[in-house]
Design a protein around this ligand. Sequence first.
Ligand SMILES: [Zn+2]
Length: 288
Amino acid sequence: MKKFALKILIIIFIFSLTKCVNASSTTTPLFVLKPSTVIQGEPVIITFENVKISEIKNITYDKKSLNIFLYNNKPTAFLAVDLYQKSNIYEVSVILTSGKIIKNNLTVNERTKKVEPMAVPDKLGGNSSSNQRAVVSELAKENTELSKTFTGKKAFWTDKFVWPVADHFVTDEYGYTRQTGIYNISHKGLDLRAKAGTKVVAMNRGVVRIAKNYQTYGKSIVVDHGLGLSTIYMHLSKINVNVGELVKPGQVIGLSGQTGYAEFPHLHLSIRINQISIDPEKFMDFFD
Ligand SMILES: [Zn+2]
């Protein structure tokens, strides 16, 4: 009798196990946008559920392909909404290797853009209109060079991103416009309070692609985290790393300062996803 009861139990166990397997194999693959409503210049983290990274053929937003990597053991992608992306509802579309297509909507709302005047400091030749033109054209040139930075074919990081300065405090936010004479310069990064000589650390594991003294960006470092993601540290007083060097999260890579187009010591931080500079504060929210 005991044996019979045991057999029944085993049968029930196997039956429920098969049910479990069936349930998970029929669970629909999906992806979640966090957040699904943003304003211009904000990033989105996309997390996949019930699908392996090898089963995802392609993910696109506004007809551009996004890079997929593993984070917390789940296929993940970052999406960058440009500061000047038209406000609208955009489709994020995924094609699986099975041929199945999954779609989600991303709502992009208008950002209220503040405008503030900013003079060219005396150390860069003063605020004459010809000098304003020279500074703006130099900025464009340096920006073009930064935009061509090489990026690795895999993610170099696995853990959370950390702030580049201890006790970070934002003195100038992302996304407003600085008016220099007749020119508008978008502030596509964050200014963090940092006394001259404050230690600046790498926000995550990555490879140094640029370590250079620019005329307007000052002493700058670009760390490539792979797959189009980079962090940029500007106006430094000292650079401690060399191009090609692999840096660890939290490693001191330089000291803050006010080199280049900066009127007081601070750290300018930019984060780029496929060369689109997004609001670093929103990016860091992903790792709370
Ligand atoms: Zn700045």
